[in-house]
Design a binder for this molecule. Structure first.
Ligand code: DGT
Ligand code: MG
Length: 242
């Protein structure tokens, strides 16, 4: 029920202009609505490059990316991007209040919707501790906030839009394990039939995902659940042991 968006990669290869090596090479997978698809791999593996292809920040060299069966090259950019709540790896806040920063995702959001997004993002407690709550002023680039607090505000900014597709690029890396787990379980509960694509470097963050994509030097090194990959994927085993 409700709007949903299946994301499918079919033999996708992408190369940065002038680069010798493809950053993403022959990748195929299906990310289903109501499920979490995680992408794991070491630094430089191509995780950010891969997820940036979904909102079409770059065009692919070969293959296709489909949203609900439609090639994204055939969709209006506005129609495509409206479906996506993208939290970039280096999410940036601007000088303004917490509410203004969250509302950057959806200008018409009510205070209650902002509060709900902060609640799901596990940010409500630290926001409420501030004297001015959601009207607390954020200094330039969030210099009066911790890395984990900034990440959670960036996540709230995506949540307030209620998109069909969420992309979290390493958005949990500055959170302690407990907050990371609470946030992922709240996301599961509150995002309904949305498609969640979650990039991470640590195994704890991807363990409960419905499927995990293991990237290595731009290539698909494996795809499966935590248990499946633990059994027979050497790259995944190396990540677990690191
Ligand atoms: P991370 O964030 O450090 O965990 O690494 P990933 O997995 O997000 O890797 P990614 O996608 O940033 O980089 C994959 C490869 O592409 C790596 O060899 C660096 C290269 N690359 C990344 N961004 C650019 C870019 O803007 N231009 C060019 N020419 N190459 C890039
Ligand atoms: Mg990255």
């Amino acid at each position: 029920t409700g709007a949903h968006a299946e994301v499918e990669f079919k033999n996708v290869t992408f190369r940065y202009a002038g680069a010798e090596k493809a950053a993403v090479e022959d990748i195929s997978f299906l990310a289903k609505p109501g499920e979490t698809t995680a992408i794991i791999g070491s630094t430089g593996a191509g995780k950010t490059s891969l997820v940036q292809l979904i909102p079409r920040f770059y065009d692919i060299e070969s293959g296709s990316i489909l949203v609900n069966g439609i090639d994204i090259r055939e969709m209006k950019q506005h129609t495509l991007r409206e479906k996506i709540g993208y939290v970039p790896q280096k999410a940036s806040l601007f000088s303004g209040t917490i509410a203004e920063n969250v509302r950057f995702g959806a200008k018409d959001a009510t205070d209650q919707e902002v509060m709900d997004a902060l609640q799901t993002a596990q940010a409500i407690d630290f926001v409420n501790e501030k004297e001015d709550g959601i009207n607390t002023y954020i200094e330039q680039a969030g210099s009066n906030l911790s890395g984990g607090q900034k990440q959670r505000l960036a996540i709230a900014r995506a949540l307030v839009r209620k998109p069909e597709i969420y992309i979290f690029d390493d958005s949990f890396s500055a959170l302690d394990y407990k907050t990371d787990a609470k946030l992922r379980s709240a996301l599961k509960e509150e995002t309904g039939n949305s498609t969640i694509i979650l990039v991470a470097q640590r195994v704890n963050t991807v363990m409960d995902a419905d499927r995990i994509i293991v990237l290595n030097e731009g290539k698909l090194a494996g795809i499966g659940t935590h248990e499946e990959l633990l059994k027979d994927n050497t790259i995944y085993q190396e990540i677990v042991e690191s």
